[in-house]
Design a protein around this ligand. Structure first.
Ligand SMILES: Nc1ncnc2c1ncn2[C@@H]1O[C@H](COP(=O)(O)OP(=O)(O)O)[C@@H](O)[C@H]1O
Ligand SMILES: [Mg+2]
Length: 228
């Protein structure tokens, strides 16, 4: 049987905007197998970021279960959630959130410093080389192009070898060429490191990266087709 790395069961989530409720997720369920890539498309505002934030423990559902690596998260307090997050989950966002006063290399080492493990920098340097930006480790974010920044944020996301990489419209800010590059790199990371990935996107070409592809509509997922 496939090993499930992350699972959500019957998630609901509403926002209360003044006098009306907006139901964003309703009966939202997903199971991600080890080594698998799932892509989620859907109109702007359909709840893609909300769903990824809940899967990544950045936000809590109103009801339903999130299970990561066999751990039911309902009983976790905020401290436990943040250590689980740092340990098991990597995030890539459309806006990279790189820290401007730190170099590219320092930015990706921050999760390691937080984890307080004694890991040398070789793994990080190898990733920079592998992603074609080995010469940029000492550059500050302001000295990097959009495509380079997205690669740095990808390295930062996987530096702790997370059980799952959550990528929220990671190509949203990139031109076609850099978007293609980033997708190739995600695919390479999936193959070389058995990295499981959930990715949201507007772009059908990007969505085709998924072993399984879903549409998020009316709060829940509809499977598109078997791809690979
Ligand atoms: N913190 C919030 N408070 C109120 N409404 C929100 C909040 N976050 C998101 N929403 C609303 O929830 C819906 C889903 O948002 P989001 O998950 O960001 O969609 P997507 O990522 O698919 O564009 C949108 O209508 C958005 O305006
Ligand atoms: Mg979004």
């Amino acid at each position: 049987m496939d090993e499930i790395v992350i699972e959500a069961k019957n998630i609901s989530k509403s926002y209360y905007n003044g006098d009306s409720d907006l139901t964003v997720l309703n009966n939202f369920s997903i199971k991600l197998n080890k080594n698998e890539i799932i892509t989620i498309t859907g109109q702007s505002g359909c709840g893609k970021s909300t769903a990824l934030n809940i899967l990544g423990t950045l936000d809590k559902p109103d009801s339903g279960d999130v299970i990561i690596n066999g751990n039911y998260l309902n009983d976790y307090d905020d401290n436990q959630l943040s250590s689980l997050r740092n340990e098991l989950i990597g995030f890539v966002f459309q806006f990279h959130h790189l820290l401007p006063d730190f170099t590219a290399l320092e930015n990706v080492l921050i999760p390691i410093w937080i984890k307080n493990v004694n890991q040398n920098d070789n793994y990080a340097m190898n990733l920079f080389d592998k992603l074609g930006i080995g010469s940029k480790i000492n550059h500050y974010p302001s000295q990097l192009s959009g495509g380079e920044k997205s690669r740095v944020s990808l390295i930062r996301a996987i530096i702790n070898k997370p059980i799952v990489l959550l990528a929220d419209e990671p190509t949203g800010n990139l031109d076609k060429k850099n978007s293609k590059k980033l997708i190739d790199l995600l695919s390479k990371i999936n193959q070389d490191y058995n990295q499981s990935i959930i990715l949201t996107t507007h772009d059908q070409d990007v969505a085709s990266l998924g072993n399984r592809q879903f549409l998020l509509e009316n709060g829940s997922l509809i499977e598109m087709r078997e791809n690979k």
